[in-house]
Design a binder for this molecule. Structure first.
Ligand SMILES: [Zn+2]
Length: 173
């Protein structure tokens, strides 16, 4: 239980969902979680979440393990954080890299194409066995690409984020 819990926190941290003091950002996590899983599915699995309740299962599941969490709910968390069980345990954290090594590729960001990203993680594609990096800029832009690909080319945008969206709205109006 402790091992799995530590992995949860590590992967939440990779996603920017843990504060500097090591506390889970419950509100942000909740919002990402419920936009990841359809309400009907959570209801069907008897796992809907009442955010305002201190004992909602998602909060309880991410505290220091004192009680057993239903396997279905652990699976929901694992698939939210990673592609499958294998990659969940394999995923490496590069969170603590002191050097910024990768560029932000959000044209609306002040750090566009500058080596400004320190926060990224690497997972293994289960089909091709290739390393896939996911990069998180402070502007909230998140993208992934194959590690061996050109560092200035986005593989896939995972999240546009508030900076990009604000710029877009500005241009539209
Ligand atoms: Zn950026």
């Amino acid at each position: 239980m402790n091992k799995v819990h530590d992995k949860y926190i590590e992967l939440l941290n990779n996603r920017g969902l843990v504060t500097l003091k090591g506390r889970v950002k419950q509100r942000e996590l909740y919002e990402e979680f419920i936009s990841f899983y359809p309400t009907e599915l959570l209801t069907l699995l008897n796992s809907s979440i009442n955010f305002n309740s201190e004992c909602n299962w998602l909060k309880v599941a991410l505290r220091k393990p004192r009680q057993v969490i239903h396997p279905i709910r652990n699976i929901l968390i694992i698939l939210f954080l990673s592609k499958n069980l294998e990659s969940f345990f394999k995923e490496e954290s590069y969170q603590c890299s002191k050097q910024a090594l990768f560029p932000c590729l959000n044209p609306a960001c002040e750090n566009y194409r500058k080596l400004s990203i320190k926060k990224y993680d690497i997972s293994i594609d289960s089909k091709t066995n290739e390393k896939i990096g996911t990069f998180y800029c402070k502007c909230e832009f998140v993208y992934s690409r194959k590690m061996k690909a050109d560092i200035y080319v986005v593989g896939r945008v995972k999240k546009y984020g508030v900076t990009w969206e604000t710029k877009l709205k500005g241009l539209i109006s």
